[in-house]
Ligand binder design. Structure first.
Ligand code: ZN
Length: 233
């Protein structure tokens, strides 16, 4: 099974080191992120597991420009015909087939390890892809998802807040949950990333899911507040 249900209507597609997500809406499927290059087969398999066709994907949302999230974009855009949305700052790179700005390892041992593995792989170049729509902080999408700009990991990192099921935060790479809730593997700007985490900690959500690691399925915003909430918030 390529699919794992997080809450009714929202699924993880586990792609080895990274997760993509499928959201079922009245209007069809929303695909969030596309994995490394070569992940399209497994994502299409996940769509079939939902009893859907590739053409049922109405929109592809990208959380940021890194190759483990945009890698199979060209193939999946071709397969689904869906338009793509992302933050304009990161879209600038994706439109040119670029995936990486200079960055440093995030705090913690696992992140140091991830950073070394990722930097050994080098900068991937991908096919240039048109991004039809740009996402902005606070924007409410047709699917009910709210865009939360959460820069730091990249300048154009976004998270999505889904108000269903007590609130679900798709934190993407604003944080990770590999050996517990923690920082992302790398940061373009760690201090900005910390400000973004403090901002996410002010939101209310029962569930959180991540690009790297397992979903937190209960009391998630409390966990964010304990870790990154500012005193007095
Ligand atoms: Zn990333």
């Amino acid at each position: 099974m390529a699919l794992k249900r997080i809450v009714p209507g929202l699924y993880t597609v586990s792609l080895r080191i990274v997760n993509a997500f499928l959201l079922e809406t009245d209007g069809g499927l929303i695909l969030i992120d596309t994995g490394l290059p070569g992940s399209e087969g497994r994502i299409l398999e996940a769509i079939a597991e939902l009893g859907r066709e590739p053409a049922d994907v109405r929109q592809i949302l990208l959380t940021h420009c890194h190759a483990d999230h945009t890698g199979s974009l060209a193939a999946l855009k071709e397969a689904t015909g869906a338009p793509v949305s992302m933050d304009p700052v990161d879209a600038e790179l994706t439109r040119r087939g670029e995936t990486l700005r200079p960055a440093e390892a995030g705090p913690g041992l696992v992140n140091g390890l991830m950073y070394r593995i990722m930097s050994r792989r080098g900068t991937s170049r991908l096919p240039a892809v048109a991004i039809e729509n740009e996402l902005h902080d606070g924007q409410e999408l047709e699917s009910g998802l709210r865009v939360v700009h959460a820069p730091g990991h990249t300048a154009g990192q976004v998270a999505f807040l889904w108000p269903e099921q007590g609130g679900v935060l798709v934190a993407a790479d604003a944080a990770s949950n590999m050996l517990g809730l923690g920082y992302a593997p790398i940061y373009e700007d760690l201090e900005e990333g910390q400000r973004s985490l403090a901002k996410l900690a002010t939101l209310a959500f029962e569930v959180a899911c991540f690009g790297h690691g397992r979903a937190i399925t209960g009391g998630a915003s409390r966990r964010f507040r304990e870790k990154w909430g500012r005193a007095g918030d």
